[in-house]
Ligand binder design. Structure first.
Ligand code: AMP
Length: 464
């Protein structure tokens, strides 16, 4: 199938061509016609599936046909959980809409509000926003929604997990009832379905990634190692392996800073990226990493979300995440665009529970590789595969939106399953001792980070 068949007009097709895309991804092939048709869409798709173009291309098309936005009005609102993702979506909107006379603006917290207020004065055909800053702007009357046509919730599961439900409810309550709704989420958890009930109206449901599948051709293993020797081992791995670029995950901000310092002290250029860093510092760290000035980027889970880093050969879990799903998303940072990536975990004996939870979630035992000089004194006990079904033990922290319930409107979604094969994961039965990850991404896609789902995390976006 080509993009020409999807009903997009010449300026958009030209922009797509300039991006080098030839074939629509599965999510695009399904979502674009439905969105052009004015339908509500509920899509389970992680980053890496081409979801951003999946909603951006058709909404640009629809907006190009209506009246332009005027003073402080917004015609399309795209909500994202993080500033990084907001900036990234805004860049895609610019790219895909560059031959159209549409205005787009991005707003998020952590930077001055005044320039954002100024930018909104002339109105925005597309506004990309994080929920908190959007509410601030709304309360200061800098943004108006009377003319809103389309609402997009991107990475909705993450928004709920980051505790944005109240902001979302407030936002929904001030939007006009008649609008098109597009909801994108890595998974359709019960919480997301609950949110969707009060949001989407008779939606087309699209699913292109299986729940909790790990990413395309990622070789995973773990090094059992004593906690206090982890940095030393990391330095050894980077130096011995002559790794040019590595993304290191740390569970805590403090840990990320400490690892960065120690890497720097050993002569490895490193930067930390986490929620205590200013937006400027995060952007700098990311661009230094991208252009090779920095060899190791040390990130916390939340900060790493939405980072647009292509084709990372190595991802290291300096410590295992408390939330097993985060492991899947962390390792989704590697092994892209046909290349095999390596996801390496440094695991101390006291991380046995996290390891068990990850192996249970991914239904694979992670291969153990011992490093001669780093044999642990505290042995990591053996694990066996627990294949009992996992019950959701997520604490209830939110009720569905009330302000704009639109009860009675939400009908059972129509299921769309066809055509997702290319981007969906044909689970490979793997040798338990040599786990290769499943396929979640289509061939020919340019790489980008996966969208981690968060579970059991304190609902505070400030935590990271
Ligand atoms: P996303 O899932 O939206 O984060 O997109 C993942 C990556 O795929 C981005 O780097 C896009 O530029 C790229 N991409 C999106 N659509 C296509 C396509 N049809 N063909 C090739 N690459 C694409």
């Amino acid at each position: 199938m080509s993009f020409n068949a999807l009903g997009l007009s010449a300026p958009i097709l030209k922009a797509i061509e300039e991006q080098g895309y030839t074939t629509p991804s599965a999510i695009q092939a399904q979502a674009i016609p439905a969105i052009l048709d004015g339908q509500d869409v509920m899509a389970a798709a992680q980053t890496g599936t081409g979801k951003t173009a999946g909603f951006t291309l058709p909404l640009l098309e629809r907006l190009s046909q209506g009246e332009p936005a005027t003073g402080n009005q917004v015609r399309t609102l795209i909500l994202t959980p993080t500033r990084e993702l907001a900036a990234q979506v805004a860049a895609s909107v610019q790219d895909y809409g560059k031959h159209l006379p549409l205005k787009s603006t991005v707003v998020f917290g952590g930077v001055k509000i005044n320039p954002q207020m100024m930018a909104l004065r002339r109105g925005a055909d597309i506004l990309i926003a994080t929920p908190g800053r959007l509410m601030d702007l709304f309360n200061q009357r800098a943004v108006r929604f009377d003319k809103l046509e389309i609402l997009v919730l991107d990475e909705a599961d993450r928004m709920l997990d980051m505790g944005f439900i109240h902001d979302i409810k407030k936002i929904l309550s001030v939007l006009p009832k008649k609008r098109q709704n597009l909801l994108f989420s890595a998974t359709f958890s019960p919480e997301i379905r609950q949110l969707a009930k009060g949001l989407v109206n008779n939606p087309i449901e699209i699913s292109v990634t299986p729940r909790n599948a790990t990413a395309v051709s990622v070789e995973q293993w773990l090094h059992p190692v004593d906690k206090k020797r982890k940095t030393e081992l990391l330095i050894e791995l980077i130096n011995e392996g002559k790794w040019e670029q590595v993304l290191v995950f740390s569970r805590t901000k403090h840990g990320a800073n400490k690892i960065t310092k120690l890497l720097e002290a050993s002569g490895i250029r490193a930067s930390a990226i986490h929620g205590n860093k200013s937006q400027g510092a995060r952007t700098r760290a990311l661009s230094d990493f991208k252009n090779g000035r920095v060899r190791a980027l040390v990130a916390t889970d939340i900060a790493a979300r939405g980072l647009d880093i292509e084709q990372l050969p190595h991802v290291v879990n300096f410590d295992l995440p408390d939330v097993a799903e985060d492991y899947v998303h962390r390792i989704g940072r590697t092994g892209r665009a046909g290349a095999t990536g390596k996801a390496i975990s440094l695991v101390a004996a006291d991380e046995l529970d996290q390891l068990r939870a990850i192996e249970r979630l991914t239904q694979k035992l992670i291969e153990r590789r011992y490093v001669d000089d780093f044999m642990p004194t505290h042995m990591l006990p053996d694990t066996t595969l627990d294949n009992r079904p996992i019950k959701s033990n997520k604490p209830k922290r939110s009720s569905p939106p009330r302000g704009d319930q639109r009860s009675g409107q939400a009908a059972k979604p129509k299921q769309h399953t066809a055509g997702s094969a290319k981007f969906s994961g044909a689970r490979r039965t793997s040798n338990a001792n040599a786990p290769k990850a499943d396929v979640t991404q289509g061939q020919g896609m340019r790489s980008k980070p996966l969208a981690p789902a968060r579970r059991n995390r304190k609902p505070s976006p400030a935590q990271d």
